[in-house]
Design a protein around this ligand. Structure first.
Ligand code: FAD
Ligand code: NAD
Length: 467
């Protein structure tokens, strides 16, 4: 590998330059540096970590955690704990969220330093294959990785002013609890942020265009999750077409296409997906192929149509998830360093961090039906799991879909208190090409929620022991 530094032409030269220091970019740079590459990373934000650490996964999980503690504290009498009703201090909760972000962002800064990855703050663009401009300086490298992520998708003709009409970023930083909040979109952000503000006292209505919520999830899981969220007080209106949203002094008015009624709320959160950030990077001029929806086109090895230019994470399409972005970063760095490495796109887990959580890996039942696959289903409810009953968190179930005949696991879907943790075991099983029988024969510690996984696997052969 070449040593970085000033080349004969006065430019800074590296083996690898990454544009975007989110979970895709920073992990790619660290892995490349571990393997001996001299790497630089550039981000338009002062702090590394990208959307995920600064305005995404981490702050949203902080608010989900804090709001859940607040709500759970309201009534512990079932456990023999009598306490005064908790009082919300939103300012302190927001400070806790900020501290959590800061700690994580600092951690990434430390890791970049430790691995001798140069960090440049500024907006970057490619001036040619192999050369990037940032803050009037030119950096060069034979390999350039675009990891610029995504931004909240806009709603047609609606400006997200972050006062009345919010994006996810605004919804993570409100200074008071709105009396009423309408959320447009019942995907990950809508359900998670809707849950946060409902727990903190807002009247929340979620408006979804499709006839169902959480479109990427298994339909049965989504249906049950919807029912449980409604029981918690979230109003869900699926199959509605929002025509327009107008901000006023006291609130915002939502008009619907197919109804005469309108909805007046204090604030609106737009959560209708995210758009890739592929513009302004000079990619078109270099001939890099970009799809009609703005995603940079890549092959399995994250190579774009132009040699020496690669794309990973949200900007490259596929699941817009932090761990998918990171894994693409690892695989790309390894391939560039001569290690044959690949990512199993069939085993990318996804989790909606509501309470209970919804977690999924592999094929949904709808996808299997559409393919005409010959499959069997194992199901086990948490109401039959000892620990879930003790914890009084017995909502939900585990569902395992396995191929008939070979018994190979095709998909696992969980609705339950620790679904996000439990799905890891299903991902591992799928990575090893396991059969449902493998999970059924695996000894699970008692009493744990994870025993429901074993029982669901047993139930695929109609031999669950506790049901
Ligand atoms: P990003 O994290 O978006 O990072 C891209 C970086 O590139 C940014 O820092 C940006 O400033 C920089 N950049 C862009 N253009 C330029 C340029 N021209 N020059 C220099 N820098 C540039 N995913 C999960 O897996 N789990 C979750 O719990 C989760 N929660 C989320 C909650 C919210 C509210 C949101 C909005 C997203 C959440 N996500 C979650 C999605 C996750 O944040 C993204 O999938 C992930 O951040 C994508 O990583 P990335 O590296 O591709 O891009
Ligand atoms: P999403 O794609 O998850 O959900 C968007 C929802 O909006 C869908 O249900 C869609 O049908 C609906 N919709 C689209 N247009 C609409 C309209 N005009 N009216 C009403 N509904 C409409 O997108 P998101 O919730 O904005 O999140 C963006 C991305 O960020 C997600 O795709 C996800 O990958 C990522 N994310 C992940 C997590 C997590 O992993 N827990 C959390 C937050 C965000």
């Amino acid at each position: 590998m070449s040593e970085g530094g000033k080349g004969g032409n006065g430019r800074d030269s590296y083996d690898l330059i990454v544009i975007g220091a989110g979970p895709g970019g920073y992990v790619c740079a660290i892995r490349a540096a571990q393997l001996g590459m001299r790497a630089a990373i550039i981000d338009a934000r002062e702090t590394p970590g990208g959307t995920c650490l600064n305005i995404g996964c981490i702050p949203s999980k902080a608010l989900l955690h804090a709001s859940r503690l607040y709500e759970a504290q309201k009534d512990l009498s079932a456990f023999g704990v009598e306490a005064k009703a908790p009082k919300l201090n939103l300012k302190a909760m927001m400070a806790y969220k900020e501290e959590s972000v800061e700690a994580n962002v600092k951690g990434v800064g430390f890791l970049l330093k430790k691995n001798k990855v140069a960090y440049r703050h500024g907006r970057a663009r490619l001036v040619s294959a192999g050369a990037v401009e940032v803050g009037g300086e030119r950096l060069q490298a034979p390999h350039i990785v675009i990891a610029t992520g995504s931004d909240p998708a806009a709603f047609p003709n609606v400006k997200m002013d972050e006062t009345r009409i919010l994006s996810s970023t605004g919804a993570l930083s409100l200074s008071s609890v709105p009396k009423s909040l309408a959320v447009v979109g019942a995907g990950y952000i809508g359900l998670e942020m809707g849950s946060v503000w409902r727990r903190l006292g807002a009247e929340v209505v979620i408006l979804e265009a499709l006839p169902r919520i959480a479109p990427g999830m298994d339909g049965e899981i989504a249906r049950h999750l919807g029912r449980l969220l409604e029981k918690q007080g979230l109003q869900i209106r699926a199959g509605v077409k929002v025509k327009g949203i107008a901000a006023g002094k006291k609130g915002a008015e939502i008009a619907f296409a197919d109804k005469n009624d309108a909805l007046f709320v204090e604030k609106v959160l737009i959560a209708v997906g995210r758009t890739p950030l592929s513009g302004g990077l000079g990619l078109e001029a270099l001939g890099v192929k970009i799809s009609a929806r703005g995603f940079i086109e890549t092959d399995e090895a994250c190579r774009t149509s132009e040699e020496g230019i690669y794309a990973i994470g949200d900007v490259a399409g596929g699941a817009m998830l932090a761990h998918k972005a990171s894994e693409e970063g690892v695989v790309l760095a390894e391939n560039l360093c001569g290690i044959k490495s690949a990512l199993n796109r069939e085993a990318i887990p996804s989790v909606i961090y509501t309470h209970p959580e919804a977690a999924s890996v592999g094929k949904t039942e709808e996808a299997l039906k559409e393919e005409g696959a010959d499959y069997k289903t194992g199901r086990f409810p948490f109401t039959a799991n000892g620990r879930a009953k003790v914890n009084r968190e017995a909502e939900g179930f585990v569902k395992i879909l396995a191929e008939k005949g070979s018994d190979r696991i095709l998909g696992v879907h969980i609705l339950g208190a620790e679904a996000g943790l439990m799905i890891a075991q299903a991902v591992t099983a799928m990575e090893f090409g396991a059969a449902a029988e493998d999970l059924a024969r695996t000894i699970h510690a008692h009493p744990t929620l994870s025993e429901a996984m074993k029982e669901a696997a047993l139930s695929a052969e109609k031999r669950a022991l506790h049901m």
